[in-house]
Design a binder for this molecule. Structure first.
Ligand code: ATP
Ligand code: MG
Ligand code: MG
Ligand code: MG
Length: 436
């Protein structure tokens, strides 16, 4: 993509209304635009990153055996009356009336809808276990939307729902998601710590939140310092016993949100006990028959008896993750995207757009990178070099490839790694080989 034809409204000034660095940088990098309190338009650069994050989430859900579908954003109030949550949910739910005065709502979550969909088709034990998921916009009328996409009112969530014949099956499904979540965050360059958590309005008795440590996080968390190390995530998730042992092994190290603190375990951790602020980037629940029972989901068991399936639900804050990644990966000059979610792999900078030789060399490199399948943002604008560098630093692409007249005299270009600032001069061929 040529920057001269892009829509990338980068700004130099730090926006006054943004309180945390990720929000500031997303505005400065021209990634989002607020259109109403807690509601954002995703500008082209932000949209590219959102799609990358979403795709990693999707791949790990698929790998865990979950099946994707897409449910609507609008739901009927009657559906929520079946579970008894319509009245219980409170003012975070956006309630709307259509022209026939029928009550509808913008979904804050989808337990009711998926239970109804599954109920209408599942007949026997052969239809289970199943885990279904979608990646869809949610609306919660947050009292205080803030920190940009971190606490929006409209936000993108991946939510999965599991159906099993019994509690043991449901725990296996839960454990699959537990590991899938750790893999998902790791692929984005994030360390997220699973923490015992409160279940809130979703209900149930087994629950973990996945927390990225950050001083600006809204949760207060407590954990054993072992969680600061990388964990190997190799386990056969199809083997329920091995998987349970793996998850139990991981969670022998204490970690809890402030609602779930355990004095005895904290005392046992001693000096290794750490406290921090953190960002909730995911939350998984096992809640048994809390929705299946009142909503009449039943299937025939192996012996012909009627069984009420056990369920769990599993959320990832897809749009919030973008803020969390930036909180974890930036410097004074701007964002530093991990390769896996970067909007483009490389920024190609022509230092002298007014020089025919530089323009020809840059155009040639641009074509070669595209042929090699590299996502490249080509700054072909007639601007000062300094301004171009600043733009590239703010938007944080992993590589910068700089073409200038002095280098061309020597037959080299300059390649800069955004994360380290390391710069090397090398031939065009070698530079492309490094990036690919
Ligand atoms: P929070 O405690 O931050 O309000 P929650 O516990 O209400 O979140 P869940 O119901 O567990 O949220 O939803 C699953 C995930 O959706 C959360 O872990 C979070 O990553 C994301 N999420 C929830 N609310 C928002 C929001 N207002 N804006 C962006 N992401 C959100
Ligand atoms: Mg909430
Ligand atoms: Mg929460
Ligand atoms: Mg939660």
């Amino acid at each position: 993509m040529r920057l001269s034809r892009h829509f990338l409204p980068v700004t130099k000034e730090s926006p006054a209304d943004a309180q945390i660095v990720s929000h500031k940088l997303m505005l400065r990098a021209g990634m989002i635009r607020q259109t109403a309190a807690g509601i954002y338009a995703w500008l082209p650069l932000g949209h590219r990153v959102l799609r990358k994050i979403e795709q990693i989430v999707r791949e790990e859900q698929d790998r865990a055996g979950a099946v994707e579908l897409l449910m609507p954003t609008l739901q009927s109030a009657d559906l929520w009356r079946q579970s008894g949550r319509y009245d219980a949910y409170g003012p975070e739910m956006l309630r709307i009336k259509d022209r026939h005065d029928r009550e509808i709502l913008y979904g804050p979550t989808n337990e009711e809808m998926i239970t109804a969909i599954f109920r209408d088709s599942a007949r026997s034990y052969r239809d289970l276990p199943r885990t279904l998921y979608h990646i869809q916009w949610k609306f919660r009328d947050e009292v205080r939307p803030r920190f940009g996409v971190m606490r929006g009112r409209e936000f993108l969530m991946k939510d999965a729902y599991s159906f099993d014949m019994d509690e043991a099956g449901a725990r296996h499904s839960y454990n699959r998601m537990f590991v899938a979540y750790l893999r998902t965050y790791k692929r984005m360059g994030l360390r997220a710590i699973p923490m015992q958590a409160d279940t809130g309005p979703i209900g149930g008795d087994l629950s973990h939140e996945f927390i990225v440590l950050a001083p600006t996080g809204e949760s207060e968390v407590f954990y054993h310092q072992n969680w600061e190390q990388d964990r190997a995530l190799e386990v056969d998730a199809d083997d329920a016993v091995a998987l349970q042992a793996f998850v139990s092994g991981l969670t022998t190290d204490y970690s809890a949100t402030d609602e779930k603190r355990d004095e005895a375990r904290e005392a046992a951790a001693g000096d290794a006990l750490k406290t921090s602020r953190g960002i909730e980037v995911g939350h998984i629940f096992y809640f048994g028959t809390k929705y299946s029972a009142p909503m009449g989901l039943k299937v025939q068991g192996t012996d012909g008896s009627e069984v009420i399936p056990h369920m769990g639900s599993y959320g990832i804050g897809v749009s919030r993750l973008m803020g969390a990644i930036i909180e974890a990966s930036h410097d004074d000059a701007g964002i530093i995207w991990p390769d896996a979610v970067a909007p483009y792999a490389v920024g190609l900078i022509n230092m002298r757009a007014d020089d025919a030789r530089c323009a020809a060399a840059s155009d040639d490199i641009y074509a070669k990178l595209q042929t090699a399948g590299v996502e490249v943002l080509y700054d072909d604008r007639d601007e000062r070099g300094g301004a171009k560098f600043a733009t590239m630093d703010v938007i944080g692409l992993p590589w910068q490839l700089v073409v200038g007249p002095k280098g061309l005299d020597k037959g080299v270009v300059e390649l800069k790694r955004r994360a380290t600032g390391e710069k090397i001069e090398l031939s065009v061929e070698d530079a492309i080989a490094r990036i690919v």
